[in-house]
Design a protein around this ligand. Structure first.
Ligand SMILES: Cc1cc2nc3c(=O)[nH]c(=O)nc-3n(C[C@H](O)[C@H](O)[C@H](O)COP(=O)(O)OP(=O)(O)OC[C@H]3O[C@@H](n4cnc5c(N)ncnc54)[C@H](O)[C@@H]3O)c2cc1C
Length: 251
């Protein structure tokens, strides 16, 4: 039986989304300016850059190809995305990447209403909690098991029970969100805004799209890839051919 992969998660769970919020419009020209400034006798703004495509080709040939490793100029252009529907632990894993990355994460102190709505039946547990779809699972430590629809429904019931308990504490005791969030399952979905530069986003993919990374964060990487491809196509082509999924040491 084939194990569930990240692409299967994306097919089944339509809450999982990555949306571009904004980006430097000419990332490869910006990298060209930065790279060229290094050995220009004059301020680089006095030069006219090639168009975005030619600039991208120059970046690949002069800075990256044959493991040249001149990744510094790639740190200038920024890309901002909204990640939504992913489970709390994906946010925790993503947040271990500190250099050239900034996060704003949905706070469980201020977003308790969605939990109350589950308790009251206005939202389904699946709207707010992530539970893996039924299927056959493996992991890099050699675990192999069937996760049945019954297993899945059991966890959704657990999430619903936790929401009811939350609502009870909230209304009966008047407990604060910052207190009673501690008793919600880790499977809660937690949205965030993340900004990267071109180097740090490729570094993130190096580490988190590896085929032995957890499938949920691989799914996040999969949804980021087309955004980066559209943003910086020539750099992306190089990256996809030479590094993506290859578990290379991060640049
Ligand atoms: C598959 C996987 C499993 C993991 N499991 C765990 C886990 O169980 N528990 C856990 O706590 N973490 C875990 N991590 C997180 C991991 O230990 C790193 O903290 C995380 O990957 C961030 O590393 P980074 O290289 O992207 O760091 P960033 O903070 O993004 O730094 C980028 C680069 O800057 C340099 N750098 C940054 N800070 C320093 C520094 N202080 N000194 C020297 N150089 C620096 C390094 O070259 C680094 O690669 C896991 C990561 C992966 C990919």
């Amino acid at each position: 039986m084939k194990p569930v992969k990240s692409k299967d998660l994306l097919e089944v769970d339509k809450n999982l989304k990555v949306v571009k919020l904004g980006a430097i419009p000419n990332p490869q020209q910006i990298v060209w300016y930065a790279g060229k400034q290094d050995y220009s006798e004059y301020p680089i703004h006095t030069k006219t850059p090639p168009d975005e495509e030619k600039a991208g080709k120059w970046v690949v040939e002069q800075l990256l190809a044959n493991d040249r490793g001149h990744y510094g100029p790639l740190e200038h252009p920024g890309l901002i995305m909204n990640v939504s529907g992913y489970v709390h632990n994906v946010m925790v894993q993503a947040r271990t990447h500190r250099v050239g990355v900034s996060f704003d994460v949905q706070s469980q102190r201020y977003t308790g209403k969605r939990v109350l709505k589950v308790a009251e039946g206005e939202l389904s547990p699946e709207d707010v909690f992530y539970v893996r779809p039924a299927g056959f699972y493996t992991n890099r430590k050699g675990k192999k098991y069937d996760w049945t629809e019954e297993n899945r429904q059991g966890k959704l019931a657990l999430a619903l029970a936790a929401c009811k308990e939350y609502a009870n504490d909230y209304y009966e005791i008047g407990a604060s969100e910052e207190h009673i969030r501690d008793y919600l399952p880790q499977g809660i979905r937690q949205d965030f805004v993340v900004s990267f530069n071109l180097r740090s986003v490729l570094h993130f993919l190096d580490l988190r799209s590896k085929l032995d990374a957890q499938i949920e964060i691989q799914a996040l990487c999969e949804q980021m890839c087309p955004i980066i491809k559209e943003w910086a196509p020539e750099v992306w082509d190089y990256y996809e051919t030479k590094r993506l999924h290859r578990a290379k040491l991060s640049p």
